[in-house]
Ligand binder design. Sequence first.
Ligand code: ATR
Length: 272
Amino acid sequence: MDHYAVFGNPIKQSKSPFIHTLFAQQTQEKMVYSAIEPAIDDFDAALKAFFLEQGKGCNITAPFKEQAYQYAQQLTKRAELAGAVNTLKLTDDGILIGDNTDGAGLVLDLKNNHVTLKGARILLIGAGGAARGVCGPLLAEQPKELIIANRTFSKAQTLTTIFTKLGNISAGEFSELSGEFDLIINSTSASLQGEVPLISAKLIRPETTIYDMMYSAQVTPFNAWAKEQGARLTIDGLGMLVGQAAESFAIWRGVKPGAKQVLNELRHNLAT
Ligand code: ATR
């Protein structure tokens, strides 16, 4: 049977085996999906062993996405721009292709939540790996403007340089952001320390959609703060997680699973 897996360290917390097992049931694809935790310096060897056996494809999560980018024999355009690979697929010709479905997963979840991207003015907070992964797919939706704001301004400028050919992207200082945003996305890891990036509360209008790429059983700190400022629609990153998985599954199996049922089950499991 075709074997798929997620590689990460640590991996115990990963929801990918649950998600892909449900996708396989839903689409009646015959496959198994497991979780693999290589030692930090053993990632390449673990990948090699996996593909020498029955491995057909895998997901890669922290801290191995950049290493997977190096390991892939061919890269898709979006993986090249993201500088990281979260999906590997072994073709019938034995070529290992590296892709990145994180940004597509975000866009899919925004669309499932009826958020309009075309013509929108978007603020993306953070300029780390998570932000870089979503810039290309967001720009492909033709927003009016995508502004990257980061605590360390130079990193926002670096992202702008990478993506400038794809659309109207610019870098902004936290303290200088102004005007009305249709969508504000938090890609920072600030929530991990229970913190919220220091942007002005004035940027949050009732109509501004707030998207936190983090998720948790409770409302995330960023979304809680945005709600306090009056934001009506706040979304966390659980749907993005399911979205990126659905995109990976489609790359491997040629059939796109539905996100809704899996997302409902995950949300239910988080709450219990
Ligand atoms: P990831 O792969 O999750 O993006 P990363 O590459 O380490 O992780 O990037 C973390 C991002 O969160 C960065 O944009 C970081 O800002 P700096 O570049 O200034 O470090 C941002 N970040 C982390 N903690 C933050 C905080 N407390 N407030 C604001 N931004 C924060």
